[in-house]
Design a protein around this ligand. Structure first.
Ligand code: ADP
Length: 351
């Protein structure tokens, strides 16, 4: 079965075409600058039309959808009810869900009769218990506004957990894992018996680790303090926390860990500080998740930094190894979210 996997972002569409169940990658590609000034591609519909001129005989489509809130605990076949549900989630994921939805609607028009599946980044974390997902806020905010930790990168965390079980030749339900997805966005997840039991990202992808441009955990009182002091409005404050903070904000140089390592080696103190803060935050989360899991079989690294930067991995692991009697395996597993989406799409369609 030929399954097209679509990751439709605000100004880009990435795709991979798989032959399933063989899991053979037939082709892949990406379109960028969609809808931007001067671009030949006006919207997601024309972007997908261009892609579908090259990619033919598609039997099913799997879509990455960032936010499924509490509505979607697993992947689902797309129908009108699902589309309405994804629309409702746009309010809490305004940067991501509208673009994901545009991809689904465009495929409905361009591939009539071809079944589509929505796979949610939040779904893997829907097993997290209430004591981990409820914030220390008035409970009404959860009851009425569904304010809670959701967690993201779920498809990636699940994929590497499944891979770890395969490589270690141990069933997932016998494993305690911590997976570190360290790319531009970064998150870390405690996985017990194949289920996410806590994760660092929260209501939005802003919480948790220090990332390329996102601040991660900060004292919430800082937000209003800075807004008042610097006379910053809501929209700009959100922009600063999401786009001008993290590695970029601390270093004043870049959000790219490769540049920062080069600068730090050449003696740049702010680049070194940014790396040290990045590593330290990850160590703290690993410590916390060790105590949540009550043991650890393997610590997994994935995504751009996790897969490619051994010095960062070494810095994260050195103290951990010193203090543990039973040493966990340290695994580097390249993520493949598209393959995971293709697997889930195939499973649903076959059923
Ligand atoms: P995204 O979250 O945008 O998918 P990536 O997973 O591509 O991000 O990770 C980007 C980060 O990984 C950057 O900080 C980059 O410096 C770092 N990195 C290190 N080595 C590589 C590499 N070989 N390819 C891509 N990114 C790398």
């Amino acid at each position: 079965m030929r399954i097209l996997v679509i990751n439709s972002g605000s100004s880009s569409i990435k795709y991979k075409l798989f032959d399933m169940p063989a899991e053979r990658l037939i082709s892949r590609g990406a379109l960028e600058h969609i809808g931007e000034k001067g671009s030949k591609i006006a919207n997601h519909y024309s972007g997908l039309k261009t892609i579908l001129e090259e990619v033919v005989s598609i039997e099913a489509v799997g879509h990455r959808v960032v936010h499924g809130a509490e509505k979607f605990k697993k992947a689902v076949l797309v129908n009108q009810k699902v589309i309405n549900g994804i629309k409702e989630c746009c309010a809490i994921a305004p940067l991501h869900n509208p673009a994901n939805l545009s991809g689904i609607l465009a495929c409905q028009k361009l591939l009539p009769g071809v079944r589509q599946v929505a796979v949610f980044d939040t779904a893997f974390h829907q097993n997290i218990p209430a004591h981990a997902y409820i914030y220390g806020l008035p409970y009404d905010y959860y009851d009425k506004l569904r304010v809670r930790k959701y967690g993201f990168h779920g498809t990636s965390h699940e994929y590497v957990a499944v891979e770890a079980s395969r490589i270690l030749k141990k069933p997932l339900n016998k494993l305690k894992l911590i997976s570190c997805h360290l790319g531009n966005g970064c998150s870390i997840t405690a996985i017990n018996k194949g289920k996410s039991i806590d994760t660092s990202m929260g209501f939005t992808p802003l919480e948790g680790l220090v990332m390329g441009t996102r601040c991660g955990d900060i004292d919430p009182a800082l937000v209003t303090y800075i807004m008042r002091k610097k006379k910053i409005n809501l929209q700009n404050m959100e922009l600063i926390l999401n786009k001008e903070s993290g590695l970029r904000g601390i270093s004043g140089i870049s959000n790219d860990m490769r540049s920062l390592e080069a600068k730090a080696s050449a003696g740049n103190r702010r680049a070194r500080l940014a790396i040290d803060i990045f590593v330290y935050r990850i160590r703290k989360y690993i410590g916390a998740y060790l105590s949540v899991l009550g043991g650890l079989d393997a610590l997994i690294f994935t995504a751009g930094i996790g897969e490619n930067q051994p010095s960062i991995r070494a810095n994260i692991c050195c103290e951990l190894f010193r203090c543990l009697n039973k040493k966990p395996k340290i695994m580097v597993i390249p993520t493949n979210e598209e393959l995971m989406i293709s697997r889930q799409t195939y499973k649903l369609i076959r059923r």
